[in-house]
Design a protein around this ligand. Sequence first.
Ligand SMILES: NC(=O)c1ccc[n+]([C@@H]2O[C@H](COP(=O)([O-])OP(=O)(O)OC[C@H]3O[C@@H](n4cnc5c(N)ncnc54)[C@H](O)[C@@H]3O)[C@@H](O)[C@H]2O)c1
Length: 244
Amino acid sequence: MIQSENFELPEPISDLNVLVMGAGLMGHSIAGVFAGAGASVTVHDVDPRALEAVPEKLGKQLVTVGADPAAANRVRLAATLEAVAPGIHLVIEAVAEVLDVKQELFARLGTLLPHAVLATNTSVFKIGEVARHTSHPERVLGTHWWNPPHLIPLVEVVHGDSTNPAVADSVARLLGSVGKVPVHVRKDTPGFIGNRLQHGLRRCRSSKPEYATRRRSTSWSATALGCDCRSWDRWKMPTMWGWT
Ligand SMILES: NC(=O)c1ccc[n+]([C@@H]2O[C@H](COP(=O)([O-])OP(=O)(O)OC[C@H]3O[C@@H](n4cnc5c(N)ncnc54)[C@H](O)[C@@H]3O)[C@@H](O)[C@H]2O)c1
């Protein structure tokens, strides 16, 4: 059980073993952040095609951020959870946003990796819900990254009701060391901070059209939130909100 006030993830980062669950849009990019910083990274996905695509995607990503693309070749790919080598310190879960799936995974991870910190990238579920069937909820927390993770600095570090604060602090320090800007969210409510601000801006836009009528306004709002217009454009949000 991790309840010590002095919990620390291994340092230097070359001693850190990270497992990223899910090789999709978020997962592969998060894996690249840690691989580029020198951590030992394993990526697991149930879809073999998603796994196969990881090295090429990571190579491109690492070039984009000015890191050594050779780090992509050091990322291990695991087709099953059982194939993941022991000694994982940190799991970042970025599988589909389905509560049952996440709960089952966190239950299995609690058994398979009894000493690892388990972080979910959920955007909507309470951390306590994701951790409901896990044996050690004190080492479960949220790390809510923004798309694309290798470019957007903000990561919300979300404390569940049972999360050991020392674990959350340690994860936040790690995120800072890989170039991210961690923000602690100490209340476990769906939507966290960034999504709530976005929705607040949306309401503001609806009621006060003069606040944001041009694309430049979209840029300003997105930048202020640590977000990025490109991902918003991808979601067609500016169009939905009448900001184009
Ligand atoms: N897309 C975004 O902009 C964004 C932003 C912040 C947070 N998130 C969150 O990140 C998570 C992942 O989102 P995404 O956009 O990368 O999804 P995605 O669909 O691109 O990727 C999900 C991957 O998980 C894999 N997967 C599904 N079930 C699995 C399981 N049981 N074990 C292992 N792998 C499994 C799928 O094969 C797929 O490759 C979600 O919780 C989502 O809400 C997404």
